[in-house]
Design a protein around this ligand. Structure first.
Ligand code: PRP
Length: 178
């Protein structure tokens, strides 16, 4: 039996228009600043980073980083550890951390602290989605795609048990599927 597709929360067209706007804003903010370093947080950010980076009109260097959240049963403790680091030094560089989603904020909070300790020229953040009502730790989001509610979302890089990452839109996982 074919699996039903998740309902659309944000269409591919709306995502594309927002990514365009974010790329324009970032290109304008960093014009004349030299090469910026975009750090995508694996795995969820890989599609957003690909689309965003291709639309920038400024010099950019792509890096990836991966973290793991400690879990007690199915509950996340908020503690985060690094499982894959960037390859290049970011000292003296303008850095933008690119996320697919900020949920509790623990991942981004950990990454900002860690990256700032390496003496970059600056660290800013860019996320496609923000679940603002789930915030446990405040983090500055400099470039935001969309604020969403507390639903479980998939697509455009986001998964549910590794499913639906390559959906072209942001969909909502129905309670029956979760
Ligand atoms: C998601 C997302 C962020 C993090 C946000 O990653 O990509 O990195 O959770 O959550 P937080 O704000 O509560 O810390 P996930 O652990 O699902 O891994 P994945 O990107 O590999 O799917």
């Amino acid at each position: 039996m074919t699996k039903p597709q998740p309902d659309v929360l944000i269409s591919a067209e709306d995502i594309s228009a927002r990514v365009d706007a974010l790329a324009k804003k970032i290109s304008s903010d960093y014009a004349g600043e030299g090469e910026i370093v975009l750090i995508g947080v694996l795995k969820g950010a890989f599609i957003f980073l690909a689309d965003l980076s291709r639309r920038l009109t400024i010099p950019r260097h792509i890096e990836f980083i991966a973290v793991s959240s400690y879990e007690h049963g199915s509950v996340r403790s908020g503690a985060v550890r690094l499982v894959l680091d960037v390859r290049a030094s970011i000292e003296g560089k303008h850095v933008i951390v690119v996320e697919d989603i900020v949920d509790t904020g623990h991942t981004l909070h950990y990454l900002i602290d860690m990256l700032k300790s390496r003496n970059p020229a600056s660290v800013r953040t860019c996320t496609l989605l923000h679940k603002e009502h789930r915030t446990e730790v405040d983090v500055e989001i400099d470039y935001l795609g969309f604020t969403i509610g507390d639903e479980w979302v998939v697509g455009y890089g986001l998964d549910f048990a590794e499913q639906d990452r390559t959906l072209p839109y942001i969909g909502i996982v129905k309670p029956d599927d979760a």
